[in-house]
Design a protein around this ligand. Sequence first.
Ligand SMILES: Nc1ncnc2c1ncn2[C@@H]1O[C@H](COP(=O)(O)OP(=O)(O)O)[C@@H](O)[C@H]1O
Ligand SMILES: O=c1ccn([C@@H]2O[C@H](COP(=O)(O)OP(=O)(O)O)[C@@H](O)[C@H]2O)c(=O)[nH]1
Length: 236
Amino acid sequence: MPAYKRILLKLSGEALMGDDAFGINRATIVRMVEEIADVTRMGVEVAVVIGGGNIFRGVAGGSVGMDRATADYMGMLATVMNALALGDTMDKAGLIARVMSAIGIERVVEPYVRPKALQYLEEGKVVIFAAGTGNPFFTTDTAAALRGAEIGAEIVLKATKVDGVYTADPKKDPYATRYGSITFDEAMGKNLEVMDATAFALCRDQKLPIKVFSIFKHGALKRVVQGEDEGTLVHV
Ligand SMILES: Nc1ncnc2c1ncn2[C@@H]1O[C@H](COP(=O)(O)OP(=O)(O)O)[C@@H](O)[C@H]1O
Ligand SMILES: O=c1ccn([C@@H]2O[C@H](COP(=O)(O)OP(=O)(O)O)[C@@H](O)[C@H]2O)c(=O)[nH]1
């Protein structure tokens, strides 16, 4: 039995690279889609926010010295490319995916319209939210918090490169230890950088819990959805 009826899954763009230097790794995206298909088969309604780091990192050299807002719009467009790739992979795997963009590019993807997104979810379609929040100076983590609150998701699942929230960045501090659970106030008070403060604050205010877990660990998403002990729960 799934522990949730509706979830908002945040997929890191950088994780789509697999072992490549940038871009989308085919085997990686196919595996992620299989894991998402597993949870939809359990009857869980799934909405996805996808990042853009894998593409944007590939062109970031060219953005040095650029206006921040312009670079951010490039980053948002990168998430649209990832969303299209993810949606296509889902359709090929037998899921029905709908990509909705926060930036108007109607000939490519339909615009984000909240009631439409809710309708798709009720119909069992996977909704992929592209272009983040549609605003520069934000991140796709914040988009995940925002869309999660808007669609009434019971939890935001952040699938990332680390398997939870640590006392310090585990990539830099080998002595960092992982929390089983942590409150928003503690995570924000300690400036734990696994998610940005805007995303944390939005989820805290909306009492929307977050689960941070590893995108690389096979079956982790399913275990999280079944309410098993996996990753770190961030709660009020
Ligand atoms: N206290 C912490 N606990 C866990 N991860 C942390 C922490 N501080 C920093 N990080 C780093 O945050 C990264 C995840 O955030 P981010 O780069 O935004 O990922 P994503 O691309 O999934 O959005 C991890 O790869 C990790 O190195
Ligand atoms: O609401 C948003 C979401 C994303 N971005 C831009 O898009 C990039 C890619 O998103 P993110 O870094 O969150 O992707 P991820 O780290 O998950 O790959 C960000 O760096 C920002 O430049 C933005 O400006 N506003």
